[in-house]
Design a protein around this ligand. Structure first.
Ligand code: ADP
Length: 730
């Protein structure tokens, strides 16, 4: 189908697509149009990676907006929201408005009412529904990207419940669900009352295979010699072979540490192949990477990038990830070793993909666990760049003949697993039952059962009894903890229950926080509060490494009086969790005591991205704790606010006033403080030369800071910095 044949889409769209090099629709896209996706029909598209799913969504959304509606695009990861926004913003020239909502979970995102297309994560949409965002009722089209993630035990239930709520609120809502190729797309279509496009078509051929010994064995029976050199690892041989063909390689490994080590090792394979121009450009990128942060991870990454290789994992700062993705797309980087997070969406095609590790460590299974077929296929799907490569090739690595056969059986000849709803689990139901009652989707036990009947779980199982049993036990929990009140069949949320639902807290986190705050007669310390929020299910704790148990047991004894709530004994099972939370709390305490970022990442064995993530979560949980303290009339709200501000900025108490000035931050606040400028009032009256000196002679920064603190004459014209300062330029 040619784009000019599209009907029901805005007039400008065919020409716009032509401008982007899209003339003929890909077959699955044409099938979607035939199924009515531009006319408001709901659709499940189960299509391989990189086969143009986004365009299916764009056709549905722009057509829906042209009919006077509003579209919502749900992304699985925050990192993808920015990428999608950039794509949809190309429609702004035709008068459409696009908004992205990530940020705080407890706002109603009122400004989004003016947007035609809204991009948000499923958690954010869930929270907007809980906070009664008024525009939810105006939605005419919702797109769920990577909908197969309903299978994810941790985040899947939120997506599932959110789609059910949106569809209950807007009975005519068009639902477009985009999925990787999965074993049972029919069930998704059944659940969403949608048409189904189920296709294995790809714009570029993909050959999957296994490397063993000296040869690559492909699924079509073809074999070729690789010529592995003496002492050379198979991955290096494949990367070298791909380079001979002027292609790049993406290597998937099972841990961050392995990703870093592999990148370092592979520099020796690619380094000699770089041109002088590539070297220069890579050196610039390495400098940018070093600018982002001065941590060990940052410097390791920059060192590898200078030599044409990089690693990519969730511990990287997002700026680092973007720089790596861009340099790989520009073919400057010849190899990237990544953890599977890269497979989940981000558009980074390469000539070859190597799935080096097909097992990964799983805490739950207590050992190594094979990756799912779906995950491996998603990784493999990254191979082949349309228009650049004749075909893409993805390889698993076998160490023995038996493993060669096993890998073919397990991953190459096998269909991806069916997706299964994970809703009937306690943590998921605890949270969603409360929210469903609090936001008015159900007002009784029978109403809840009716609501749950709209979920994938109900569509998928005949065994309703299990869900009902878990539901009843969770309702008991919610009533016992004062979040819900029960009167016969009727259920209502208490004021506390409403607050918890709006704050987007797991009720168990809220119960822990309330218990901790109620347990003390003395003003809680920052460490005590950090520990309290670190042991809630909403915070991922740091793992204990060898030696940690002794160290944190000692710290626990030293700070025993600061701990809120009941302290377990060393012989109780929950002692380890308690210590892990203490390790997390110590890390937050170090940050709020102005320790260097790089000292912290070294001390706790984490990446800068992890530190940011923990700090953000702590900030959110402490602001929730402050609200709960207010709600319950407890006197500790100011202490909680102080701890929150300290962790948000990474500062000691005495800097709170200064760090609140926009443009100041932890390092600048400390330097200002050291010159005797201890607060906003001082800053408003300070000698400009002193301010400029403390800000290391950076004129623009100094002017901004003075303007933000409300000084009427912020200009630094002719001012010389006081003190011995020679650094200029931000
Ligand atoms: P997916 O979301 O399925 O992983 P994308 O939507 O990102 O894949 O599409 C992959 C690439 O294919 C994009 O660069 C997109 O512009 C391009 N593309 C999509 N549809 C067409 C088409 N009909 N003709 C040419 N290129 C297309």
């Amino acid at each position: 189908m040619h784009v000019s044949e599209l009907s029901a889409v805005p007039e400008w769209l065919p020409e716009h697509l032509g401008g982007e090099g899209i003339e003929e629709l890909y077959p699955p896209q044409a099938d979607a149009v035939d199924a009515g996706v531009t006319e408001g029909e709901s659709l499940v598209a189960s299509v391989p990676t990189a086969s143009g799913k986004t365009l299916i969504a764009e056709l549905a959304m722009t057509a829906s907006v042209a009919r006077g509606g509003k579209a919502l695009y749900i992304v699985p990861l925050r990192a993808l929201a920015g990428e999608k926004r950039a794509e949809f913003e190309t429609f702004e020239q035709y008068g459409l408005t696009v908004g992205v909502s990530t940020g705080n979970y407890d706002s109603d995102g009122e400004w989004l009412a003016t947007c035609d297309i809204i991009v948000a994560t499923s958690e954010k949409v869930d929270s907007l529904v809980r906070n009664d965002a008024p525009w939810i009722d105006q939605l005419s089209c919702v797109v769920s990207d990577e909908v197969h993630l309903v299978d994810d035990g941790h985040r899947g239930p939120t997506l599932e419940v959110t789609l059910a709520k949106l569809r209950q609120r807007n009975p005519g809502l068009q639902t477009v669900a985009l999925s990787a190729t999965i074993g049972n797309p029919e069930i998704l279509a059944d659940w969403l009352d949608a048409e189904l496009v189920d296709s294995t078509w790809r714009p570029i051929d993909l050959k999957k295979g296994v490397h063993f010994g000296q040869a690559i064995h492909l699924e079509d029976g073809e074999q070729h010699e690789l010529g592995v050199r003496d002492g050379e690892k198979p991955t290096a041989a494949i990367v070298r072979d791909t380079l001979d063909d002027e292609g790049s390689t993406l290597v998937f490994v099972n841990s961050r540490r392995n990703a870093e080590a592999e990148a370092r090792r592979l520099t020796s394979t690619v380094e000699g192949e770089l041109t002088a121009d590539e070297r220069d450009r890579l050196a610039d990128i390495a400098a940018e990477i070093r600018d982002v942060s001065d941590t060990e991870t940052s410097s390791d990454l920059a060192n590898a990038v200078e030599e044409g290789a990089a690693f990519h994992h969730a511990g990287l700062a997002s700026d680092h990830r973007e720089l790596v993705e861009e340099a790989f797309r520009d073919r400057l980087l010849k190899v990237v070793s990544a953890t599977p997070t890269l497979a989940a969406g981000v558009n980074t095609p390469s000539r070859r993909v190597v799935v080096r590790d097909w097992r990964r460590y799983s805490g739950e299974a207590g050992g190594m666990e094979p990756l799912s077929v779906l995950e491996v296929h998603q990784m493999c799907g990254r191979a082949g760049r349309p228009g650049l490569d004749p075909y893409g090739e993805s390889l698993l690595l076998a160490k023995s003949h038996d493993e060669l056969d096993e890998l073919f059986d397990r991953y190459i000849w096998t269909e991806p697993e069916p997706v299964r709803s994970k809703l009937a689990a306690e943590p998921a139901l605890r949270t969603h039952l409360l929210a469903t009652v609090a936001s008015g989707f159900a007002g009784s036990r029978s109403g809840l059962l009716e609501f749950l009947d709209r979920t994938l779980y109900a569509t998928q199982t005949d065994e309703g009894g299990r869900l009902e049993r878990v539901m009843d036990s969770m309702l008991d929990y919610l009533v016992a903890n004062d979040f819900l009140e029960r009167d016969g069949d009727d259920l209502t949320a208490t004021s506390l229950g409403h607050t918890v639902s709006r704050l987007y807290l797991d009720p168990m986190s809220a119960a822990e926080i309330v218990d901790g705050l109620e347990s003390t007669d003395e003003r809680p310390t920052a460490l005590g509060l950090f520990h309290l929020v670190s042991r809630t299910p909403d915070m991922y704790e740091l793992y204990l490494r060898s030696g940690d148990r002794e160290e944190y047991t000692m710290i626990a004894h030293e700070h025993e009086t600061e701990m809120l709530g009941s302290v377990p004994s060393e012989f109780e099972e929950r002692w380890d969790d308690w210590l892990s939370a203490l390790k997390t709390a110590s890390m937050l305490d170090d940050w709020a005591s102005e320790l260097d970022e790089s000292t912290i990442t070294d001390r706790y064995g984490i990446g800068p991205g992890d530190l940011r993530g923990k700090v953000d979560t702590a900030e959110w949980l402490l602001s929730a704790a402050e609200r709960l303290a207010g709600e319950l009339g407890l006197e500790w709200a100011p202490a909680v606010r102080e701890a929150r501000t300290r962790v948000a900025h990474g500062i000691r108490t005495e800097l709170i006033d200064l760090a609140g000035v926009r443009g100041v931050g932890r390092k600048r606040a400390r330097r200002l403080f050291e010159t005797g400028i201890e607060g906003r009032a001082d800053l408003r009256n300070a000698e400009k030369s002193v301010v400029l000196g403390a800000l290391r002679g950076r004129t623009k920064t100094a002017e901004n800071v003075l303007e933000n603190v409300g000084r009427s004459d912020p200009s630094m014209d002719g001012v010389e910095p006081a003190g011995s300062v020679a650094v200029v330029g931000d």
